[in-house]
Write a protein that binds this ligand. Structure first.
Ligand SMILES: Nc1ncnc2c1ncn2[C@@H]1O[C@H](COP(=O)(O)OP(=O)(O)OP(=O)(O)O)[C@@H](O)[C@H]1O
Length: 354
């Protein structure tokens, strides 16, 4: 049995369908992320699961028990769900211990104090019990919010963009810390974010949403290396498409020459092998195009973004098409310069040409 199961969930605001037939299942102890562009319905779906929104179709089950259907809704407070929001929503007039204890007020004092001490340790804030939220950093406040959500041992923890008010540099680190805390607590969690680094740092499973539908529900590895459609491929990671012709099970001819893959080339979406001689669009990630001064193959630098250790170059090929290349930053080339490149692709992602 799954801890959380959604079957064909539909949600509407007036005549507008915001969530359109979402199916997903999450086993106990797993962490999943819903990833997608702004407005695609992630937060709405999370609110449906929390019980804050009714649904117009399908059903939501927690531990096999139906909690939402069009004619039925278990109240949010009866769902045993812990919520963590982007603004932490800590009580400013309560100290850290009392914030954490908020959801377990009904426990006897001794058990309550023991659970608070356990959680302070779990989130690495021993000694901060008497501090007030305004005395803590953003990352510390978010850990208090997490401890508060975990205190009643909820069946499910829902996190809505929990790191978006933190500095970009901090986010990935805190995301990894939060993952560690959730795992140690054995929690089952679903997080909403539009930041793929956060999703990849946190999740066992990632769901990519677009316009109310779930395009792919898969491991982070498969979402990146085996995107099921062009939307997922484009949204997750960077890359460029180049047209090509399948030569044999492992090779495709593209403008940059013959690309040989380690494994047979599978056309995304249905997972079938690409037919010999068929036309495909190939996704090249920036690490598939390697800068090589010795290569005869040349491309023009049309854009460059300095990333510290690397530079991300946008390169124009002879046909006018563009590809991306991630190059160690000591190879500093000027716009307009022709530089040598070669292909070094392990995973070949092909889409049948329409
Ligand atoms: N209470 C509401 N009434 C009417 N429309 C709403 C309401 N809440 C959200 N919407 C609309 O539903 C769509 C989905 O919104 P939602 O907040 O779920 O998207 P999201 O993917 O979480 O976006 P973001 O990443 O920007 O938070 C949006 O077009 C939004 O304008």
């Amino acid at each position: 049995m799954f801890r959380l199961e959604l079957k064909a969930v539909v949600q509407r605001y007036g005549a507008r369908t915001v969530v359109n037939g979402v199916d997903l299942s999450l086993a106990a102890g797993r962490i999943a992320c819903l990833l997608g562009p702004s407005g695609c319905g992630k937060t709405t779906l999370l609110r449906c699961i929390a019980g804050f929104e009714p649904i117009a179709g399908g059903e939501i089950c927690i531990d096999g028990k139906r909690v939402s259907a069009p004619d039925h809704r278990v109240a949010a407070e009866a769902r045993q769900i812990g919520m963590v929001f982007q603004d932490y929503a800590l009580f400013p007039h309560l100290d850290v211990s009392r914030n954490i204890a908020f959801g377990i007020r009904a426990l006897p004092a001794e058990a309550r104090a023991a659970r608070v001490a356990e959680l302070l340790q779990l989130v690495g804030l021993q000694g901060y019990g008497a501090a007030y939220p305004h005395e803590l950093s953003g990352g510390q406040q978010q850990r208090v919010a997490l401890a508060r959500a975990l205190a009643p041992r909820p069946q499910l923890v829902l996190l809505d963009e929990p790191f978006s008010s933190l500095d970009v540099d901090l986010r990935e680190r805190i995301a990894a810390e939060v993952r560690d805390i959730l795992k140690r607590e054995g929690a089952t969690a679903l997080l909403v974010t539009h930041d793929q680094h956060e999703a990849f740092a946190m999740a066992d499973e990632v769901g990519v949403m677009a316009e109310g539908t779930l395009r792919q529900w898969d491991t982070p590895y498969n979402i990146y290396h085996r995107p099921r459609d062009r939307f997922v491929a484009d949204f997750v990671g960077q890359g460029a498409f180049l047209p090509g012709r399948v030569v044999d099970a492992r090779s495709v001819d593209i403008e940059l020459g013959r690309l040989r893959a380690a494994e047979p080339i599978v056309c995304s979406r249905d997972g079938a092998l690409c037919e010999i001689d068929s036309q495909v669009d190939l996704l090249l990630r920036p690490d598939d195009v390697v800068h090589d001064d010795a290569s005869d193959l040349r491309a023009e630098v049309v854009q460059k973004a300095f990333r510290g250790a690397d530079i991300l170059y946008t390169l124009r090929l002879a046909s006018g098409r563009e590809v991306l290349s991630l190059v160690p930053s000591h190879h500093n080339h000027a716009l307009g310069e022709l530089i040598g490149i070669r292909l070094d692709a392990d995973h070949v992602i092909a889409f049948r040409s329409d």
